[in-house]
Design a protein around this ligand. Structure first.
Ligand SMILES: [Zn+2]
Length: 379
């Protein structure tokens, strides 16, 4: 039996307590005051449980971010864990409730459970006097749910100093499989300008922006490829002013997902270079692929095998899977740093009102993270 797992099982109540505290301190991405308060709770937990070094990265538009470090080692060869404390929930929108071993609440699965697991994984290494040869950096951001614009830079900077990156984001429901693949994502906006005209008197003088948009939507959809893992969604459309006016303007927002970095360039070119179908209309497109995919490379497969082995030694089977959503792991994978995601708790319902975590599994998930950190921080 693993000493680390044993220790963490004994701490079941204390681990649950940490998760409660972090969840109670609600932290919608867009409310800096609340996110800052949650950051203070997190900092207190880190200082009380672990007591390593804390660096606050002050932010003006979003919540302050934190860099916690534990242990010593080469500045350029650390083990990096990345999490976010912001959630998609407005304050009071989702009540916290416990039913048996299940805890429901805002961000409990995405990803306060993951923050809890990380704190306790490091705590377990410390309590068991495990000798590490690498420094562990735990970076906690505050704008993941709104695109990571204010944290991308520090994520890339820290990733560059790391040999491996662990992301304790929510796992794959229902049994906690880890994520060995994440799609890359981008957003584009399309504006079409046509020529307005009276729909009755001089219909043939106009050029309808709405009709052009309809053609464009169908044409864009042809770029999607299920087998290749490329999806395109026109999520919003707008246009026109009156039913009897040929529309001068129309617009659409487009969401694009890719599975391989190599797909990006050609696809973006096809999205941007859009000839119009209707004479007299003009198209303007802006946007880019914001997050590159986390690809299932050999290094990622190796990380998964190592995790699977640890899980087996704890008496259960660990699965793997892919996710259509992007996370901060997409940034680190983009730099080519081996990254594995979905190491968070077992649960379900991220971003939905049945968001929950299975509390009995927390010690197992913390032990899994502790032992994979150990494996990579020793050599
Ligand atoms: Zn998340």
């Amino acid at each position: 039996m693993s000493i680390i797992l044993n220790y963490l099982k004994e701490q079941q109540e204390a681990i649950t307590e940490t998760l409660f505290k972090l969840t109670e301190s609600e932290s919608p991405s867009i409310k800096k005051v609340l996110v800052d308060r949650c950051g203070e709770v997190l900092r207190e937990e880190f200082e009380q449980l672990i007591g390593g070094t804390v660096e606050v990265i002050e932010k003006t538009e979003v919540g302050n971010q934190y860099k916690f470090t534990y242990g010593e080692g080469d500045e350029t060869n650390q083990v990096l864990v990345i999490g976010h404390m912001d959630t998609v929930w407005d304050e009071g929108a989702l009540p916290i409730r416990k039913e048996g071993n299940i805890l429901y609440g805002p961000g409990v699965f995405d990803m306060k459970g993951g923050l809890t697991i990380t704190l306790w994984a490091i705590k377990a290494l410390k309590e068991n006097n495990v000798k590490l040869n690498k420094k562990i950096t735990f970076l906690v951001t505050t704008d993941e749910e709104i695109g990571s614009e204010h944290s991308k830079e520090i994520i890339l900077e820290e990733a560059q100093k790391s040999s491996v990156v662990f992301i304790p984001e929510s796992s794959i429901a229902p049994d906690g499989a880890v994520k060995t693949e994440r799609k890359g994502a981008g957003q584009f906006s399309m504006k079409i300008e046509g020529i307005s005209a009276h729909a009755g008197i001089n219909a043939w003088d106009g050029a309808s922006a709405i009709e052009e948009l309809a053609y464009q939507i169908l044409d864009l959809k042809k770029l999607a490829n299920r087998q290749e893992g490329i999806s395109i969604n026109v999520g919003t459309v707008s246009g026109g002013t009156r039913v009897n006016v040929i529309a001068k303007e129309a617009a659409a927002d487009i969401d694009v997902r890719i599975t391989k970095k190599a797909q990006a360039q050609a696809l973006v070119k096809k999205i941007m270079d859009r000839p119009s179908f209707i004479e007299g209309t003009r198209i303007e497109i802006n946007g880019k692929i914001e997050r590159y995919p986390l690809e299932r490379t050999d290094a990622v497969i190796q990380l998964y095998k190592d995790l699977k082995e640890i899980a087996a030694s704890h008496g259960y089977e660990l699965g793997e899977g892919s996710s259509g959503g992007a996370s901060d792991g997409n940034f680190t994978a983009w730099l080519g740093i081996p990254t594995i995601d979905g190491l968070g708790p077992v649960g379900d319902g991220a971003h939905s009102d049945h968001e929950h975590v299975d509390l009995t599994n927390l010690p197992y998930r913390a032990a899994l993270l502790a032992e994979i950190i150990l494996k990579y921080a020793v050599h």
